[in-house]
Ligand binder design. Structure first.
Ligand code: FE
Length: 424
């Protein structure tokens, strides 16, 4: 008999994501490894049974103090992985919405006092306690949307001490009960005002001072660069990312979001882990990513919040053979806290099928964060990160816009929403 301390029964459809290469491309992206009429057994935070209800009845015994959950015919998915967020910041920028509706561009909004530098001001001014409370609340709501693993980028301080403070905070918040956090250093998010006339001096500061400290103290797993005209050029981006590689960090690029400027090509040349956004990437750029095995991280809610932007190129990436992953891009520019909602944008906006979108937000997003050996699928011996939806099939999750998981578990412990015990 298999002993379990948590048993989930009466699962209508269990999406295991267990079979296939990692990351997935092409037809394999649509295979969710479904088990119907399924059950799960968990012991000490790890899956010890994944299979049919009948098999569970024969082989799994629940410990005396164990818990039994009736999924009531619902759907169970692996915990979603948010491969791209800017969740650590203070303040908000709803004042930009009328400008966006007027048709103001990202650059125009920045000229009017909005944009990244506005959030840099509010973040620098916030006390560490204020920043911690704002970010902790946001991460809890992101977990409630189904993300049990979340990448969090720095990038709203743009100076040495401030960027280190953000990454230290991410480390501290990652020790709480809640989603697993993967930190990324994005000091190269924008040129800080005092370096406006000498941007290479800021690149010097990143390469010579901040990156070595980030690597030495293991404050980040990845280094990312906002590679776009007016932000960081191809040459500056390459210099920063080569320094990161030499220090043992993984690399990511905000690539070709507004114009095709060579960011995806640079990701391919450097063998970056991912190239993110890609709204303006051309078909040749996508083929270069596919050849180099770079994961394309799409943020399909972001063009929706930009108003008037072209949509994320989901079908184009699949056709080109690029492994697609998904992220929320949660930031003051695109305040999207729910990965369940991102699945809807991936289908209705980026034209992935529901199954492709779920693979992109689980196994492939885990691969984009170098944690595919641990999260993103439901399999024996893996951490028991899973979601229970009161919906009859995985397809219904993106189909019903705004749907959210009824229960969220990380390592076999219910993390969200808070248990609503009746008063008795
Ligand atoms: Fe971003």
């Amino acid at each position: 008999m298999i002993r379990a301390d948590l048993l989930v029964t009466n699962i209508g459809e269990l999406a295991t994501l267990e079979r296939g290469p990692i990351p997935r491309t092409g037809a394999a992206l649509g295979n969710l490894g479904i088990v119907r009429d399924a059950a799960l057994g968990v012991r000490d935070g790890t899956f010890v049974y994944v299979g049919s209800s009948r098999g569970a009845a024969r082989t799994v015994r629940l410990a005396r103090q164990g818990r039994r959950i009736d999924a009531r015919g619902g759907t169970v998915l692996p915990g979603l992985v948010d491969a791209h967020s800017h969740a650590v910041f203070a303040g908000e920028r709803s004042f930009e919405l009328p400008w966006k509706v007027e048709g103001a561009s990202y650059a125009e909004i920045a000229r009017r006092g909005g944009g990244i530098l506005s959030t840099v001001r509010t973040t620098r001014e916030a006390s560490t306690a204020e920043l911690r409370d704002a970010t902790a609340g946001r991460l809890d709501r992101m977990a409630a949307g189904g993300a049990t693993t979340i990448e969090v980028k720095s990038g709203y301080a743009l100076n040495h001490a401030g960027e280190i403070r953000l990454l230290e905070l991410v480390r501290r918040l990652g020790r709480r009960r809640g989603a697993h956090l993967v930190p990324t250093y994005l000091g190269a998010h924008a040129i800080p005002p005092i370096f406006r006339r000498r941007p290479n001096a800021y690149v010097d500061e990143i390469v010579r001072r901040t990156l070595p400290e980030v690597a030495r103290r293991r404050l980040a797993r990845f280094c990312d660069v906002f590679c776009e005209p007016g932000y960081f050029s191809i040459q500056q981006s390459e210099r920063i990312l080569r320094a990161a590689i030499a220090l043992g960090l993984g690399t990511k690029i905000h690539a070709d979001e507004f114009v095709a400027s060579g960011g995806a090509r640079l990701a391919a040349r450097l063998g970056a882990r991912s190239a993110d956004h890609l709204l303006a990437a051309r078909s040749g750029d996508l083929r270069a990513l596919a050849r180099a095995g770079v994961i394309g991280v799409l943020l399909p809610a972001t063009p929706f919040t930009t108003i008037g932007s072209r949509p994320s190129p989901g079908r184009e990436l699949v056709r080109a053979g690029v492994p697609v992953a998904l992220g929320s891009d949660c930031s003051p520019n695109s305040w999207v806290e729910s990965m369940s909602l991102v699945l809807s944008h991936a289908v209705y906006g980026a034209h992935l099928t529901p199954a492709e979108a779920i693979s992109a937000a689980t196994v492939n997003a885990a691969a984009a964060l170098d944690v595919a050996g641990r999260v993103g699928m439901i399999a024996l011996g893996r951490p028991a990160d899973f979601l229970v939806y009161d919906l009859g099939s995985p397809e219904e999750i993106p189909y019903r816009i705004g749907s959210a998981p009824a229960q969220i578990y990380r390592q076999g412990i219910r993390i969200s929403p808070p248990r609503m015990d009746p008063y008795i």
